[in-house]
Design a protein. Structure first.
Length: 176
């Protein structure tokens, strides 16, 4: 399930990057695909028969393109799931992952496993397979255990603050 979701995210990202139009402004909007614009243009046709014929033709072309993975259709829930799956990665701001107004700032997940290196710094694996490594030298009173809840939120300078079962926060970074 995780692999197919991650593969879907990569496919969506690859298709969207290929569809992006070069822009002078870094805040430029993602251009709507021509196939979609063609369907929308049908509504301007006054003659009902011609308008219906236009819709039939353009929707068939849009459907065919979607079947060939030339265009990807998604909804806000899928975008939110992609944002959650990519939480912790430094990726460029892409319109396909939302407007930026509703970015995921924090997640909660169950810890699947915990390991510690010789220095006592921990690496956790979450149930979704995401691995996080401690980057500060803070020592916890109790190491997290499998089944604990990890709350991860954005911090400064590309790091993330992680708390386990509402204990003290440690700084971590995402590995995979």
């Amino acid at each position: 399930m995780l692999r197919s979701s991650f593969l879907g995210i990569i496919v969506i990202g690859s298709v969207a990057i290929g569809a992006m139009v070069a822009a002078k402004d870094k805040d430029a909007e993602l251009a709507r695909p021509k196939l979609f614009e063609d369907v929308v243009a049908c509504k301007t046709i006054e003659n009902a028969e011609a308008r219906l014929a236009c819709y039939d033709e353009k929707v068939a072309a849009l459907d065919e393109a979607q079947k060939k993975d030339e265009i990807i259709l998604t909804d806000k829930a899928a975008v939110k799931e992609a944002q959650r799956g990519l939480f912790g990665f430094e990726i460029p701001k892409l319109k396909i992952f939302g407007s930026g107004d509703d970015d995921v700032a924090e997640i909660e997940a169950k810890v699947q496993s915990v390991t510690a290196n010789r220095a006592g710094l921990i690496t956790i694996t979450l149930e979704d397979g995401a691995r996080w490594q401690q980057v500060d030298t803070k020592i916890l009173n109790r190491e997290p255990r499998a089944g604990d809840t990890a709350r991860i939120r954005k911090a400064s300078m590309g790091s993330y603050l992680v708390t386990f079962n509402d204990g003290p926060a440690i700084r971590m970074k995402r590995l995979n």
